[in-house]
Design a protein. Sequence first.
Length: 164
Amino acid sequence: MMKTKITVLLLIVAQLCNAQVNYGTPPENELPQKLQNIKVAIDVMHFPKENDPIKIKDKYYWKHATGILSKSSSITITEFGAYLYYNKQWNLRKSYDLKDLDKNFGTKKQIMQQGQPYVWVDNWRVDNRLFGGWAMWYFIGTTEKGEIVCGYETINTTSNLLNK
């Protein structure tokens, strides 16, 4: 009897582990507290904005690029990272080390020159589980005049596997 209960329990747990997760869709114009009341002066773009995964061996890859641009002035980035949307709110996934900005986006000393696009070509999400969700990349910096500014953009990673 106990062996049967354990077997059933293990089957249920296995099903839950393999079930697709739906984290919901963030409401438009809802921002994390950190970004509220900061002037937007950094354009952030993702390509593609809706990102479908491919499977390579035993992992899923959501391959996309992220670009940043300042049209108004040079900006020194002081913080950047990503939020994930779940539990009906934006939750900080990670704030990155500023050295990563230079390495991944090609800035020098975290300075974005006016009118110069910077692109992280291989900003890929990788996981051994297939599930979609929303992320928001954000950038906070200071202009040449000392004004604190930001930029952010969402990206939708789907569970629509391209190579079935």
